[in-house]
Ligand binder design. Structure first.
Ligand code: NDP
Length: 246
């Protein structure tokens, strides 16, 4: 129980990696609020799973593309859980297109959800975070290496932006003993990137381990970073990709 008494907010946690992160934090004793955009039923199931650990949980509908909703989700977390110690900016979207073909709508959606929302959520969370506070941003191994022909440049840009943001914010918050890091998943089997989807074979072949990762592989890393055991890790990006960038 490394997170007993801590209060966490995980964005985009009705499914996939976010749901696993929220569950991993709860398993270590944290109270956990989650946000979702559309999947109210799935979010309620995650909340029930979290509560089974004997901790508090609440699901908050909040579109990450809407800054006011993001701010309100932080305020609601503080009101429901009595404070905030850990912010995990996980909500993200993938839109694939060559740069010459990408619509302005897709560019804006990627920037708003993947980049602006983590900034706005961090802004709203910072006043509430105390000594030992944590901000963990979910990036992508595509921030380090961008395969050609896959329509990834703008998505990869949004994820590499999180690295610079986290480095700078780690310096701003270091004197308050708050850490800021990025976790960069490799290919993790979710609705966004199904292991048996159209890119599955190619992405699997990039890994040293010869397989996709599971959502729990990311949940465990985030729970570790959130704990006191990771107190001297800040301003860095930790890649969990089965050796895809090896
Ligand atoms: P999924 O598409 O499987 O799940 C996305 C989650 O985010 C859902 O809970 C969804 O809510 C929520 N979400 C999506 N858009 C919004 C929004 N506008 N506002 C609020 N919530 C939103 O994604 P993954 O679990 O695969 O990805 C999670 C994170 O990990 C993302 O940041 C992604 O970029 C990153 N990542 C994933 C990799 C992978 O291989 N899977 C690899 C590298 C990085 P709802 O159910 O309501 O739609």
């Amino acid at each position: 129980m490394t997170l007993l008494g801590k209060r966490a907010l995980v964005t985009g946690a009705s499914r996939g990696i976010g749901a696993a992160i929220a569950t991993a934090l709860a398993a270590e004793g944290a109270d956990v609020a989650i946000t979702y955009e559309k999947s109210a039923e799935a979010a309620a199931e995650v909340v029930a799973k979290i509560k089974a650990f004997g901790v508090k949980s609440v699901a908050i509908q909040a579109d990450s593309a809407d800054p006011a909703a993001v701010q309100a989700s932080v305020a609601k977390t503080v009101a429901e859980l009595g404070g905030l110690d850990i912010l995990v900016n996980n909500a993200g979207i993938l839109r694939l297109a060559e740069v010459k073909d990408m619509s302005l709508d897709d560019i804006n959606a990627l920037l708003n959800v993947n980049v602006r929302a983590p900034i706005v959520a961090s802004q709203a969370a910072i006043p509430h975070l105390g000594k030992g506070g944590r901000i963990i941003n979910i990036g992508s191994f595509f921030a380090d290496k961008v395969p050609g022909g896959a329509g990834l440049p703008v998505y990869a840009l949004t994820k590499s932006a999180l690295t610079a943001f986290s480095q700078g914010l780690a310096r701003e918050l270091g004197s308050r003993d708050i850490t800021v890091n990025v976790v960069q998943p490799g290919s993790i089997d979710t609705d966004m990137n199904p292991a048996h989807g159209p890119f599955g074979e190619n992405l699997r072949s990039l890994t040293a381990l010869g397989r996709y990762g599971t959502v729990d592989d990311i949940g465990h890393m985030v729970a570790f970073l959130a704990s006191d055991k990771a107190q001297y890790i800040t301003g860095t990006a930790l890649t969990v990709d089965g050796g895809a960038n090896a």
